[in-house]
Write a protein that binds this ligand. Structure first.
Ligand SMILES: [Zn+2]
Ligand SMILES: [Zn+2]
Length: 189
């Protein structure tokens, strides 16, 4: 039996803008050197909406994404435009299963700055958040190196000046994760 090519699945959620989804898919493909496949938009799962907070809980969304992931997808990335939270935090830009399969990101807070944000800035932020969150699913923790994409960023504008770059430590962790998943490694620099 011929094994199917491994992909990163991109799952648009709740009618998120298609152009942002395409940018996220293209950047993940370019960065991780794994083909991406964009699935048809799905509604956000029942139970994710928290009426009291007026926000969406990441955990039911991650669970839902797990049910949508085909076997040949090494990861599944939900892309939404709603305000996401996890119970211990007021809001998040995205959330990932550390060392798992699923991650969700949202554009909701990416353009809510002091100043109006240009479309390219939204694209840039969405792409960087997606790379950061997908790397968490490859078991990468947060990193102390300032210029590393795995550095944590409580304020969104902090990532604007960052290149999409992994420090050499994070790159080593990532290489180990690729080896375990038998993914071809073409990221070494
Ligand atoms: Zn993080
Ligand atoms: Zn790092």
């Amino acid at each position: 039996m011929k094994s199917e090519e491994k992909i990163i699945a991109i799952q648009p959620l709740g009618g998120v803008r298609g152009d942002v989804v395409e940018v996220v898919a293209a950047n993940l493909k370019a960065f991780f050197q794994i083909p991406t496949q964009v699935f048809l938009d799905q509604p956000l799962p029942d139970g994710a909406h928290n009426l009291h907070r007026g926000q969406y809980n990441c955990y039911p969304i991650l669970k839902f994404l797990g049910t949508q992931k085909p076997d040949h997808a090494v990861k599944i990335v939900g892309v939404a435009d709603v305000d996401l939270f996890i119970p211990i935090l007021t809001h998040v830009f995205g959330e990932a299963e550390l060392g798992g399969h699923a991650t969700v990101i949202s554009t909701y807070r990416l353009d809510k700055d002091e100043k109006p944000v240009l479309p390219n800035c939204l694209y840039d932020r969405a792409a960087k958040i997606a790379v950061h969150e997908v790397a968490h699913t490859f078991r990468l923790p947060h990193c102390k190196e300032e210029d590393c994409i795995m550095n944590s960023f409580p304020v969104i504008s902090h990532i604007d000046d960052k290149p999409v770059h992994f420090c050499r430590y994070c790159l080593t962790f990532l290489k180990d994760a690729y080896e375990e998943l038998e993914l071809p490694w073409q990221l070494g620099r």
